[in-house]
Design a protein around this ligand. Structure first.
Ligand code: ADP
Ligand code: MG
Length: 718
């Protein structure tokens, strides 16, 4: 048994009461205690003169006691103990409260390092209850004093002392128990584990602290990455039919455009995966409009070229229909048989499709496109080749599992339009191979974006009128469903801060303006524009109703569609030329980008208007909205969003199921957006390690560590 496992109560001075307090911090062993890292450090190595203090921050001062401390009683039970101390610049009055005993600690002539805030009151320097350490020229005081997360019943001093005894106890075990392979440690000039533990708690300098952090953060990423990679290695062992005949040329001949470089690259990733007899499990991440569908078409073509079948599942009937229209047009010219299977498909037609999917020989159906109707029990494939899931975040894990089960020996490709920075993609989709389409097809129009406040309302209404009279259609997005509800589905999409409920109205505290609700606002617009068709959709409607209304908008029967954030991802309404977002400050940038992607999909010149009271106030909200005006690149916007809001917020408000459920990736020290360089290194090392030793049997210590530290919850593998 290692010292790390020793019960915390065995530490000198830790009795039942303190052990109970430690337990509430999740600390029960010496190892737990050593992994209880400081949340910050006091910079006591940077000594300032009294005169140099700014009255705002705490600093370290080396002062000599000038007067004998004196205690006075005030306000009944309170005792003040005061004395004066000086340095070369000035003298300062130091006060302690209710600590009568300190009288005996501070003898005139003795020198201490004090740490506290020096303020000037009535022309005199004063300092209250500073931290203090006896000081002599020879004393080697630590420059950085750790500040630990605390709980009731434990003080900073006690924790620091217990950690010191734990370090002494565990000194040798630290490096013996180190899980990081020595060659990896050396390759990246990482310090030893014992050095890291010592200097995270009692850093001898800033650079020692930096080295310690680098090492420990690397470990966190490395273990996380190993967990993902071993999980993936396991999944990889699933066999699939190798599609070795793969010729892209026929597809290129029938599409009316050239593939972008990014599409070529992604299709090549897919082709290589599908040639192998171990199952592809890849995600394509590409901004809205980046052209993922044709990559899916390529994967389907490769399957069919090898006598296998392909299935594409979309989250809604409208999307499935749109895919069917696009793809059946392409496939018919390639002699590939393709059918649509959705809930609305008639019973007779369904039967026919079931039969032809299971058929042998010439009668066999090559490609089927559909919704979750594809999951029904009648669907059986004679020769499954590739399974493709579009807008994967809209499906539950169970649904994906059913589809995979129906398609044994199949390659799997999922597609997502959530633009996330590469560092996050690695962490979130580490169990999948990631291909990114980072290029938008040429000639795509920019959606002109404006940020306005309420004073523009009249002009905005005029603009709506103009768009509709010219044959365009308008989306209006509101944060709330009804006057006093945000709705479950919508809530997850809104920024969580600042919403207060005032009476029955939801008020945006930052701007004081009420949140616009889809239902109410559609009534207002219907009054404003009596000769237009106005309708609304939101997350509380049944999905049938939502689809029906959406279909009406697609066909042009509705002029203005007022909606919450539930408007369909990926639906193409080429006529839609204006997107208005109300209370725009409530939405995440990446989400605004997704919303904006709903317009400008045809030849009509298109506009996006962000309405917000923040528009006339300098501040973070306005800065965020101006990012939308100035940038059209989903990745750049995601990166800004990440930098401004931090990964936690970013992950929570994403519309991806994985992101939402995760509540943020939790590491002790590592920050996803700050440490991407280290993260990439750790992922590379983990990949190599697993490539050479898939089950980590050559690295038993690592294997142990991964199995205790890496949880499915942390990994989002579902
Ligand atoms: P998404 O990635 O959002 O699913 P789609 O696959 O629906 O994007 O493509 C959006 C539009 O761009 C479609 O009309 C498609 O025909 C067109 N498109 C795709 N690739 C290209 C390309 N390389 N050049 C020009 N247009 C393209
Ligand atoms: Mg799409």
């Amino acid at each position: 048994m290692s010292v790390f496992d020793t019960d915390i109560k065995k530490l000198y001075g830790v009795g039942p009461a303190r052990a109970a307090a430690y337990a509430s911090l999740g600390i029960s062993s010496v190892g737990d205690l050593l992994l209880h890292y400081p949340r910050g450090y006091e910079d006591r190595g940077n000594i300032k003169l009294i005169e140099e203090a700014d009255g705002l921050s705490k600093y370290a001062h080396i002062l000599t006691v000038a007067t004998q401390p004196k205690s006075v009683r005030v306000k009944g039970r309170m005792t003040l103990t005061k004395f004066r101390a000086y340095d070369d610049s000035a003298s300062c009055e130091i006060t302690f409260f209710n600590q009568d005993y300190i009288k005996n600690l501070f003898a005139p002539g003795a020198t201490f390092r004090f740490y506290g805030k020096v303020e000037k009151k009535a022309g005199r320097y004063v300092m209250s209850s500073p931290a203090y350490e006896p000081y002599t020229e020879e004393s080697e005081l630590l420059p950085l004093i750790p500040v630990y997360p605390l709980t009731e019943g434990i003080t900073q001093k006690q924790i620091a002392k217990d950690i010191r005894s734990a370090m002494i106890l565990a000194a040798t075990d630290c490096d013996e128990g180190d899980v990081l392979p020595e060659e990896i440690r050396r390759r990246h000039s990482l310090c030893t584990y014992s050095y890291a533990i010592k200097n995270i708690h009692t850093p001898s300098s800033f650079s020692a602290l930096a080295a310690a952090k680098k090492r420990l953060i690397f470990d966190e990423f490395f273990i996380f990455a190993l967990g993902l990679c071993t999980a993936r290695a396991e999944a990889k062992r699933a066999l699939a039919y190798p599609c070795t005949r793969s010729d892209l040329r026929p597809l290129k001949k029938v599409i009316p455009y050239e593939l972008t470089g990014a599409q070529e690259r992604v299709i090549e990733d897919v082709r290589v995966d599908m040639c192998s007899d171990s199952a592809m499990s890849r995600i394509i991440i590409g901004d809205v409009g980046s052209g993922k569908t044709v990559c899916a078409a390529a994967a389907m073509l490769f399957a069919v070229q090898n006598g296998r079948q392909a299935v594409l599942m979309a989250p809604t009937e409208i999307l499935a229909r749109q895919h069917y229209l696009t793809l059946s047009d392409i496939f018919s010219r390639l002699g590939i048989r393709c059918e649509l299977l959705i809930g609305a498909t008639g019973a007779a037609q369904k039967k026919k499709i079931y039969a032809s999917l299971a058929a042998e020989g010439d009668d066999r159906l090559d490609v089927v496109i559909g919704t979750h109707a594809l999951l029904s029990s009648g669907v059986e494939f004679a020769a499954p080749g590739v399974v493709i899931v579009d807008e994967q975040h809209r499906f539950g894990a169970a649904q994906r599992a059913v589809l995979a089960k129906k398609n044994p020996m199949s390659h799997v490709l999922v597609m997502s339009a959530t633009p996330i920075p590469r560092s996050l993609a690695l962490a979130l989709y580490g169990d999948l191979d990631v291909s990114v389409i980072d290029e938008i097809p040429p000639g795509r129009q920019r959606v002109d974006t404006f940020v306005v406040d309420e004073s523009y309302r009249e002009r905005l209404n005029g603009f709506i009128k103009k768009q509709v009279s010219e044959g365009g259609q308008v989306y209006v997005v509101c944060p709330a469903v009804e006057e006093n509800t945000v709705g479950e589905e919508e809530e997850a999409n809104l920024l969580l801060c600042d919403v207060g409920v005032d009476g029955n109205m939801i008020i945006d505290e930052e701007t004081g303006s009420p949140l616009k609700s889809a239902i109410r606002f559609s009534e207002e617009l219907a009054n404003e524009f009596p000769d237009m068709t106005v309708d609304f959709i939101h997350g509380k409607l049944k999905s049938r109703e939502k689809e029906a209304k959406m279909a009406k908008f697609v066909s042009g029967e509705i002029d203005i569609l007022v909606s919450t954030t539930v408007i369909e991802v990926g639906v193409n309404v080429p006529n839609a030329s204006l997107m208005i977002v109300e209370n725009a400050e409530r939405f995440g940038l990446s989400q605004l980008h997704q919303l904006r992607g709903r317009v400008g999909r045809g030849t009509r010149r298109s506009y996006c208007v962000l309405v917000s009271q923040s528009a006339n106030k300098e501040g973070r909200a306005k800065e965020r909205l101006m990012t939308m005006k100035n940038s059209y690149d989903g990745y750049e916007i995601a990166q800004k969003d990440l930098a401004m809001r931090g990964p936690g917020d970013f992950l929570r408000s994403g519309d991806d199921e994985r992101l939402r459920q995760s509540g943020g990736v939790r590491f002790k020290l590592a920050e996803l957006c700050d440490d991407t360089g280290l993260m990439t290194l750790a992922f590379e090392e983990a990949k190599n390690t697993v490539a050479n030793d898939p089950s980590l049997s050559l690295h038993p210590k690592l294997k142990d560590k991964v199995s205790t530290d890496f949880t499915l919850e942390q990994s989002f593998v579902n």
